[in-house]
Design a protein around this ligand. Structure first.
Ligand code: GDP
Ligand code: MG
Length: 175
């Protein structure tokens, strides 16, 4: 497909290892890579979707969570219509760092950027869970985050939803 009505840019941020690259690959290629391919700096993927009969080209920037890349990452916030803040539901620390990622987004992105909270690895056994969905939901509400979803890049649960619902939210603002 080569023609489209809109191009929407997203940025995916969050601690290293939460599954950002796997979410992107699951969304663009519909596969899960269990191996570890450490993201260096910034990579990106694209996919076409339709919202309200409009063709939308999503251009998704996947960033490295390492501290040393934070300054590089910051320049990619500019022009992002959607920002996905990802944590790992089995690693509490990654949820606690969301407020730092949120502050980065608020500082560097456009004030109209649609911010989405994503709790990844929902396929893991409940005994591994360190963050309840109620707590994350409350955090999202209290911080004016448009949408919260738990996903699994492994099983593909809610992956399509998170990217498409973000686009719908962005589309409502730009149409
Ligand atoms: P990133 O550093 O945030 O880009 O994280 P990666 O996408 O590289 O994933 C880090 C590790 O978590 C890899 O070993 C993945 O296989 C694993 N992983 C990613 N997403 C999921 C998921 O939804 N469920 C499970 N069980 N493991 C995942
Ligand atoms: Mg990565």
């Amino acid at each position: 497909m080569s023609s489209y009505n809109y191009i929407i840019k997203y940025i995916i941020v969050g601690d290293s290892g939460v599954g950002k690259s796997c979410l992107l690959i699951q969304f663009t290629d519909k596969r899960f890579n269990a191996g570890r391919e450490l993201t260096i700096g910034v990579e990106f993927g694209t996919r076409f979707i339709s919202v309200d009969d409009k063709q939308i080209k999503l251009q998704i920037w996947d960033t490295a969570g390492q501290e040393s890349f934070r300054s590089i990452t910051q320049s990619y916030y500019r022009g992002a219509a959607g920002a996905l803040l990802v944590y790992d539901i089995s690693r509490r620390e990654s949820f606690e760092h969301i407020s730092t990622w949120l502050a980065d987004v608020r500082r560097h992105a456009n004030p109209h950027t649609t911010i989405v909270l994503v709790g990844n690895k929902s396929d893991l056994d409940e005994s591994k869970r360190q963050v309840t969905s109620e707590e994350a939901e409350r955090f999202a509400k209290e911080n004016g985050i448009a949408l919260f979803l738990e996903t699994s890049a492994k099983s593909a649960s809610n992956v399509e939803e998170v990217f498409v619902k973000t686009a719908e939210n962005v589309y409502e603002k730009i149409k």
